[in-house]
Design a protein around this ligand. Structure first.
Ligand code: 13P
Ligand code: SF4
Length: 357
């Protein structure tokens, strides 16, 4: 029963004490979040992994790419545990290493390797945190960097200082929304199309580009549309619409503001008067914000329940299991990133951590 599970998790947590730290992403359900020692967005969770060197184990209640990042940033002795190994991310899966390498080769053929008068290389690869460690390593090896939704602007600026253009993957929407906010015209943001024989990108389009977008997207955030925002504005005059930048461009343009999960949380916390908020992000987070802020009216723009189905795979039962195994001295579901991948990925992650505005 739920009560039994709760007692098991609490008992194991108590026995382990500071030996284990539980991290939870905002999109986790409350049944899991209640046990987290730290809750945050993906950037904050990466930082949390970096700053808990004393814990033997980091139990990551999030998805696979986040646990990989925690393994890269934590000490070699620390074990990072993903309670359910099936908790992946469909967006991260949309950019595989081979396809990105192939794209890179084709781009190199077109652009060459010469720097321009300002010393900028032809193209800088930028990967969203929501990608495999192998792609972070690719960026580390090729002068590139990682970004999250909370620092994408700063990171793109970093990249534009060093490169004539950017190859941005996997999320086309975060790439497009961020570049647009920096003033890049849409016609200078082609989507990468490698299938030359099927009418792929022509060379001039790529030569004129500022940001080349990968075709990835988040299946949760692509559900949001402008009609939902129009309806919210009709039903609730004065409503404040805040969406995540993984939403399509038209949705971000129609909203009052857009930002990472932590941005959304802080924007609500900053409202001093009772306000109605319509939010475009994952439902577990929106429901939690509504419960935590009873002075406001907070609802999700999508009337159909929209959880992140892979985050949802972290069931409390798995949490109980990994904790009890730890109590017995066994590490299960450990996420380990290969040493070479780790070294290169760390370069790209450290560039991100250093790229402050
Ligand atoms: P942030 O936590 O960076 O806002 O990202 C949202 C997300 O999709 C995590 O998978
Ligand atoms: Fe991936 Fe979207 Fe889920 Fe985030 S919300 S983990 S991007 S599928």
């Amino acid at each position: 029963t739920d009560a039994e599970l709760d007692a098991r998790i609490r008992a194991a947590k108590k026995t382990l004490g500071d030996r284990a730290v539980i991290l939870g992403h905002f999109y986790q359900r409350d049944e899991v979040i209640q046990y987290a020692d730290f809750v945050g967005d993906s950037f904050q969770l990466a930082n949390a992994a970096l700053t808990k060197p004393d814990a033997e184990a980091i139990i990551f209640c999030g998805v696979h790419f986040m646990a990989e990042t925690a393994d890269i940033l934590s000490t070699p002795e620390q074990a990072v545990i993903l309670p359910n190994l099936a908790a992946g991310c469909s967006m991260a899966d949309m950019a595989d290493e081979d396809s990105v390498e192939e794209c890179w080769e084709q781009l190199e053929e077109i652009f060459g390797t010469d720097t321009d008068a300002q010393g900028r290389v032809p193209v800088i690869p930028v990967t969203y945190m929501n990608s495999s460690a192998a792609l972070k390593a690719f960026c580390g090896r090729n002068g590139g960097i990682v970004c999250t939704s909370s620092n994408a602007k700063v990171v793109l600026e970093w990249a534009f200082e060093r490169g004539q253009r950017v190859l941005f993957f996997p999320d086309q929407h975060l790439g497009r929304n961020t570049a647009k906010a920096l003033g890049v015209p849409l016609e200078q943001m082609p989507m990468w199309n490698p299938r030359k024989e099927l009418g792929g990108n022509d060379e001039q389009t790529l030569l004129d580009s500022r940001v080349i977008l990968w075709h990835g997207f988040c299946s949760v955030h692509k559900r949001f549309n402008v009609g939902q925002i129009e309806k919210a504005r009709l039903d609730f005059p004065g409503v404040n619409v805040i969406v995540h930048p993984e939403c399509p461009m038209e949705v971000v343009d129609a909203a009052d503001s857009a930002g990472s999960t932590d941005f959304i949380k802080k924007a609500i916390a900053a409202a001093t008067e009772p306000t109605t908020f319509a939010i475009g992000t994952e439902i577990n987070m929106v429901n939690r914000l509504a419960a935590e802020n009873p002075q406001h009216t907070i609802f999700c723009l999508d009337p159909v329940i929209c959880p992140c189905s892979t985050m949802y795979r972290i069931h409390p039962g798995y949490l109980a299991w990994v904790l009890e195994e730890l109590v017995e001295g066994r590490i299960v579901n450990r996420i380990t990133v290969d040493d070479t991948v780790q070294d290169n990925a760390k370069i790209a992650l450290e560039r991100m951590l250093a790229a402050k505005p």
